[in-house]
Design a protein around this ligand. Structure first.
Ligand code: SF4
Length: 375
């Protein structure tokens, strides 16, 4: 029988389990605290739980976290953590410590089905959703990495900007965010948990009603036709529909909603594009992050040159729209925005499809290995 993973249980599930096991319901909360706040996934160490219950926990549930396959440290201090799941799939998170915060960019899926043209993950297609436990495990693993590196801090900020479209895995992402925000568990501030979406409008509306998290929109063009060619999601949910949903979104931060805008040379970086952007943002409390396109193998697209970028930025600033230029961290290890494709160090120059093929070969080899060992 397949064991349920302990990190996939909600607080209510744990309380019910404790009562069914003849224990007090409040122990369910304590089990959650051990796993999240204390980062301990060895039930035999749960010192405020009885010996018999500890043994039962160890027997009945799975407690592993995904294995670290590869650590790729960037020259800028960030680190890409390539993780291998229990079913031999690859996903990744990026740890970005800075002076006053520790940000973790987490994945919500293995691959992504949204197929944005400027993104390596989009070229991989979707393999599967991550569970809430696999999302939370990324924080536990990152906190352990900080300790190993002699940094006594813990992750303070989460951005859902890794592999996947978080709102395409809605229930698991919402469940994971609730645990992140709960002060008894990870206790992260609602200003410091950001869900970034390509624009799944019905899910944005639902998210606003359910959770007080910060919202980021991957926008990249405010021209209806151009956005549809860059981001297929726009064919289903137009800019007009997106704007309607954003006008009623309950914003959580001083600066309102963050818009991510990848600056691609000669594609979306003219003053005409800036004008359309200003028009789209009218009536919204917004900040625009201008992100120079991160190069990757298999694409001709390159970043806008700095002078043109400054003109674009000034056009927005003159109309009271803050638009900082954000240079993504981890570019040298394929960890920056749009670059995540589960690459190891020797694969950094490969196109995403080649990496996906290599991973599939590995997966098939593992599968035939395990079936021959069972014969
Ligand atoms: S930009 Fe985000 S939504 Fe688009 S393909 Fe990449 S991971 Fe998916």
């Amino acid at each position: 029988m397949t064991q349920v993973h302990a990190l996939n249980m909600s607080e209510a599930d744990w309380k019910n389990w404790c009562v069914a096991a003849g224990a007090k319901a409040f122990l369910g909360t304590q089990i959650m605290e051990w796993m999240t706040r204390k980062g301990c996934l060895d039930p035999l160490q749960f010192s405020n739980v009885s010996q018999s219950l500890r043994s039962k926990l160890a027997e009945e549930f799975a407690w592993h976290v995904p294995n670290i396959d590869t650590l790729l440290e960037s020259g800028d201090g960030s680190e890409k953590i390539l993780l291998k799941t229990h079913d031999n799939l690859f996903t990744e998170c990026v740890l970005m410590p800075s002076e006053n915060r520790v940000t973790l960019c987490v994945s919500s899926q293995v691959g992504c089905r949204m197929a944005c043209t400027f993104c390596q993950t989009g070229k991989m297609g979707l393999t599967r959703d991550l569970t809430r436990g696999e999302i939370i495990a990324q924080i536990i693993i990152a906190n352990r990495r900080l300790l190993e590196k002699g940094d006594a801090r813990r992750v303070t900020n989460i951005v859902f900007m890794g592999m996947g479209e978080p709102l395409d895995n809605f229930d698991e992402v919402v469940a994971a965010c609730s645990i992140m925000l709960d002060e008894r568990f990870f206790g992260l501030s609602k200003h410091r948990v950001t869900v970034s979406t390509s624009g799944l409008v019905p899910a944005i509306e639902k998210l606003g009603q359910l959770l007080p998290v910060s919202l980021a929109i991957s926008l990249h063009s405010a021209d209806e036709e151009q956005r549809s060619s860059m981001m297929p999601v726009n064919k289903k949910h137009s800019l007009a529909e997106l704007k309607q949903a954003l006008l009623s979104y309950p914003v959580q931060t001083r600066h309102g909603i963050t818009f991510e805008y990848v600056m691609i040379n000669g594609v979306n970086d003219s003053i005409q594009h800036a004008k359309k952007l200003v028009k789209f943002l009218h009536g919204l409390k917004a900040k625009v992050n201008l992100i120079p396109m991160n190069p990757h193998p298999g694409t001709e697209m390159v970043a806008t040159d700095p002078e043109r970028m400054r003109e674009f930025q000034k056009y927005l600033a003159d109309r009271s729209i803050p638009a900082p230029v954000r240079y993504s961290r981890g570019q040298d290890v394929s960890a920056a925005c749009g670059q995540l494709a589960s690459k190891r160090r020797t694969e950094l120059n490969l196109a995403p499809r080649a990496v996906a093929l290599a991973r599939r070969r590995e997966w098939l080899a593992k599968k035939s290995e395990s079936s021959s060992s069972c014969e």
